[in-house]
Design a protein around this ligand. Structure first.
Ligand SMILES: Cc1cc2nc3c(=O)[nH]c(=O)nc-3n(C[C@H](O)[C@H](O)[C@H](O)COP(=O)(O)OP(=O)(O)OC[C@H]3O[C@@H](n4cnc5c(N)ncnc54)[C@H](O)[C@@H]3O)c2cc1C
Length: 429
């Protein structure tokens, strides 16, 4: 398609939020005669390949929302988030996906995926519907600047420029920069008068000191509870699966707590994370368990007792770290070593060196300041005609499909508001 020099609505960024915004607009203008003659819409995208992040999401399966979504699943201003989520609830989201031909299912974790188990199903449906609605995506169109000229947005991009009446900034944050989301959209927002809160990678794995020995048990996964202490005060506790990797730790519980570790580090606070490898046990319960095991079979090997509740490879690592032989019998375990064992099982400080950073972060903490955006329209309070959808805003969700829900819900709000504005201006003639 020939690239236009003037459109009614330009959406910058063809990620989850940008494509959803354009799809909701297309639906509105195909079913609402009150909206007047349909506006011209296009998407500008810097990447060559559309939807890279959708394709890698949820391990290639796209965890597109959760069984239940509440404002408490997000970090950001509660009331703002509540209003946005209300506009497109989980039930409505599921119906919307179904209308696009994507049936979904909830897994025991509460995560919702396409029945096909393929993220490609989502991307293909989006692209197909956009093509049906004649909404072009101009790929390899890196937007370098936006200025307001004569009540229009003048968008400078790598292949020229474009004038638009309405502009949707859906350029994401800084996570996974190789996908095209490198934070440039946030600079555009700042140039248009917006403030941007501190940006930090969230939902990241954590790197441990090599000497810890995690490399020996890479691939092992186990249920843990992680507690984060800032200046020796307990701040956060998360429970769930932890995955040992060649560099350190990953898995849902690590990704969820990483945000808080990254913030504390940035603020230069003393921060530590303690792991409890028997989440339903406390000191007393472990002592009782070991005492009972001692009396029920004094010749038992310690490793066999620990393996009743912990992965074999982790037990081997633990014994090695405590300097205990493989054939250590529980009956011969000294009081001092039992104390050390208890500490390692319930209060082991993870020797974290750093977070894995933007290159693997699933989401950006921080973004366009919410007080400068109207939550019932997603329109800027500073620059009329400018809208924000998705990760560019100062909201990030925990792991489990919440960040995509944020993209869909903000897209819905913005599309409704733009449609109404368009209809009102069409009425005025
Ligand atoms: C590995 C990984 C797995 C994930 N898994 C899940 C999951 O299963 N469930 C979930 O809910 N969330 C998941 N997320 C998070 C989720 O993908 C994001 O929150 C969501 O994609 C944000 O959508 P967005 O459209 O706002 O931003 P993005 O998806 O980042 O899209 C922004 C788009 O704008 C383009 N762009 C940026 N700047 C410019 C510019 N100057 N000019 C033109 N185009 C530009 C970018 O190229 C990009 O295509 C995952 C993220 C990652 C990295």
């Amino acid at each position: 398609m020939k690239q236009p020099q003037e459109v009614d609505i330009a959406v910058l960024g063809a990620g989850a939020a940008g494509m959803a915004t354009a799809l909701f607009l297309a639906e509105n203008f195909s079913v609402k005669p009150a909206a007047g003659s349909p506006p011209t819409i296009c998407l500008l995208e810097s990447a060559k390949k559309i939807g890279a992040k959708i394709l890698v999401s949820g391990g290639g399966r796209c965890n597109l929302t959760h069984k239940i979504v509440t404002p408490n699943d997000f970090y950001g201003e509660r009331n703002f988030i509540k209003k946005v989520l209300k506009a497109l609830t989980v039930e409505k989201t599921v119906r919307w996906f179904s209308s696009l031909g994507i049936e979904t299912k909830v897994e025991p974790t509460g995560k919702r995926f396409p029945v096909s188990n393929r993220a490609q199903t989502v991307l293909s449906a989006f692209l197909e519907k956009l093509a049906e609605a004649n909404i072009p995506i101009f790929r390899e169109h890196l937007v370098s600047a936006v200025n307001v000229v004569d009540e229009h947005f003048l968008v400078e991009h790598s292949s020229g420029s474009l004038r638009a009446k309405h502009l949707v900034l859906a350029t994401g944050g800084c996570s996974l920069p190789k996908s095209g989301s490198n934070g440039h959209g946030l600079k555009i927002a700042q140039h248009l008068g917006h403030s941007v809160s501190d940006l930090l990678p969230a939902l990241t794995p954590l790197v441990l000191q090599n000497s810890f020995g995690h490399g020996e048990i890479k691939g092992t996964s186990q249920e843990v509870s992680l507690s984060l202490f800032r200046d020796n005060k307990l701040q956060q506790r998360f429970s769930g699966p932890l995955l040992w990797t060649h560099f350190g730790v990953s898995g849902p519980v690590v990704l969820d707590i990483s945000r808080h570790w990254n913030i504390a580090k940035q603020q230069d606070q003393t921060v530590r994370i303690e792991a409890n490898f028997l989440p339903s046990y406390d000191d007393q319960k472990v002592t009782r368990w070991l005492t009972d095991s001692r009396t029920s079979g004094s010749s038992k090997f310690l490793k066999n007792i620990l393996q009743e509740k912990l992965p074999k490879r982790f037990v081997a690592l633990l014994l090695g770290r405590l300097g205990l032989p493989e054939d250590q019998r529980l009956a011969q375990l000294s009081k001092q070593k039992q104390k050390e064992l208890l500490l390692s099982l319930l209060h082991l400080e993870l020797p974290i060196v750093e977070s894995r950073g933007w290159n693997v972060a699933e989401v950006t903490a921080g973004g366009v300041t919410l007080s400068e955006v109207n939550p019932t329209t997603m329109e800027s309070k500073i620059c009329p005609g400018l809208y924000f959808t998705g990760e560019i805003l100062d909201v990030d969700g925990r792991l489990g499909g919440f960040n995509f829900q944020w993209a869909w819900s903000t897209a819905k709000v913005a599309a409704e508001a733009i449609t109404q504005k368009w209809a009102a201006s069409a009425k005025r003639g």
